[in-house]
Design a protein around this ligand. Structure first.
Ligand code: SF4
Length: 454
């Protein structure tokens, strides 16, 4: 639970304002600490005990855990609210694909291909699954290690290593330790044997309890041993139990500030559901119900895309509309006589305009002006898409160096900015008012493109 600035103030040394922390008074420093704007180590007069206590009190209620390394690493946890509308969620759940070492080699190859190739362009972002979960199921340790080696060599996606055999688990970890894999499961039976091996070569670990109480006692033991990169698996036997447990964990961590359950979680629709459709529906429930990693036994484009869109919808920040970067975008392969359109940077607007241009099969440039994620008409009404600012953007965008003509198509709904835009561009550009509805672009654009070439 968040700590108030006034409580922090009581723990500070209370010297005459020495200002060494960069703030005019201890109180100002305390307030900034409470809001997350500075760190405890900025005050040199805090003793170690007070520093440790404050660090603990200021830590987010759910620990941030990183799995993988490099560009593809994923981060989970660090959430501050139960419901997205209370503020926002920070880290979207990792979507993983299970590969058992019992599967045939061609099936394994197909799954590795899927994780690399199944990607979707969606309103300016790329949607894809994030992890491979490698499962020791065959009983043949060499086969499991060969699977880990193969995945390690052929992809750089983060890995989860699943094995009840601890020797196999740590041998597999040694093959890919530099990729920071998640090791699963640590249980009450193997925890004492696991702790020294994790301390020797730190990796995030998935802890499985028989119930929430045993889970909490396991994380306390790990914390005592200095191990906190932990992911919780409540060991739920059915979807109903799993949703109940995930909800309980989130509420305990955030509402009660119960640290032993303040970690991200993992769920396995692959083990709970019996067929593909039920598995996809279970995955959907886990996205809604706070789960940080969700593992599927398999997916194709038809089951993966809705899952990824659901995740995107829930994990966008509700305080800000989704926007794309301000710049000009090439659609198909435009040249110096291709049409130039300008629009606002709401992700959906950009997606609709660029898709409509693409549908005409006429290559073009879509210049996207930053309007703080607003649609064209709203942006105009808010003063973020007026003639003057659109003109400034066109001048600095560099589009004039890409085309030989000077004709710019504006959305029909903001025809009224035409005069101001011409002035802002020093009458060097002819402003063409486009259609009011995007659906009319198919008829409109071919004529403009033909005129430009003539
Ligand atoms: S450095 Fe510490 S003692 Fe000095 S003003 Fe800042 S908080 Fe107070």
């Amino acid at each position: 639970m968040p700590i108030a600035g006034s409580q922090i103030m009581k723990m500070l040394p209370g010297r005459k304002p020495c200002r060494e922390c960069g703030f005019p008074t201890c109180f100002a420093f305390a307030m900034k600490l409470a809001s997350g704007g500075t760190t405890v180590d900025k005050c040199p007069y805090l003793d170690e005990e007070a520093k440790a206590k404050l660090t603990d009190l200021l830590a987010p209620p759910i620990k941030l855990v990183t799995i993988g390394s490099g560009e593809n690493k994923i981060q989970i946890g660090n959430e501050e609210v139960i419901y997205r509308h209370e503020k926002t969620y920070h880290h979207a759940p990792g979507i993983g694909l299970l590969i058992s070492d019992k599967e045939a080699d061609d099936k394994i190859d197909e799954k590795i291909r899927k994780i690399k190739e199944l990607q979707f362009s969606w309103i300016g972002v790329t949607l894809k699954a994030d992890l491979l979960a490698l499962y020791f199921e065959s009983g043949d340790r060499n086969r499991f290690l060969a699977l880990v080696k193969k995945v390690y060599q052929s992809t750089d996606v983060p890995m989860i290593l699943i094995s009840e055999d601890m020797d196999a688990l740590f041998s597999a970890r040694d093959l890919c330790a530099d990729r920071n894999p998640l090791l699963y499961p640590v249980t009450k039976e193997n925890i004492e044997e696991t702790i020294p091996k994790i301390k020797e070569k730190p990796s995030p670990i998935g802890v499985r309890g028989d119930n929430l109480e045993s889970l909490a006692s396991l994380t306390l033991r790990l914390k005592d041993a200095g191990i906190e990169d932990v992911v919780l698996a409540p060991g739920s036997k059915s979807l109903m139990e799993a949703v109940r447990d995930q909800t309980f964990i989130r509420r305990a961590a955030i509402k009660q500030g119960f640290r032993p359950l303040g970690y991200p979680t993992i769920a396995f629709p692959c083990f709970i559901a019996k067929d593909g459709l039920k598995e996809a529906m279970a995955g959907s429930a886990f996205i809604n119900k706070f789960t940080s990693i969700i593992i599927f036994s398999d997916f194709d484009q038809y089951s993966l895309l809705p899952t990824l869109i659901q995740r995107l919808n829930i994990y966008t920040d509700p305080r800000f509309p989704m926007g794309v970067d301000e710049k000009y975008y090439e659609v198909l392969e435009p040249d110096e006589y291709s049409p130039v359109l300008v629009t606002s940077n709401w992700a959906l607007t950009y997606f609709l305009v660029s898709s409509a241009v693409e549908a005409t099969k006429i290559p073009g440039y879509v210049c996207v002006k930053d309007s703080e994620g607003l649609g064209v008409l709203t942006a105009w009404a808010a003063g973020k898409f007026d003639g003057e600012s659109v003109g400034e953007f066109i001048k600095k965008s560099g589009i004039a160096d890409r085309v030989k003509h000077r004709k710019l198509i504006i959305p029909g709904k903001v025809a009224r900015i035409k005069g101001a835009l011409e002035d802002a561009l020093n009458l060097e550009w002819e402003i063409i008012v486009g259609p009011k509805e995007i659906t009319a672009l198919g008829k409109f654009l071919p004529d403009v493109a033909k005129n430009l070439r003539e």
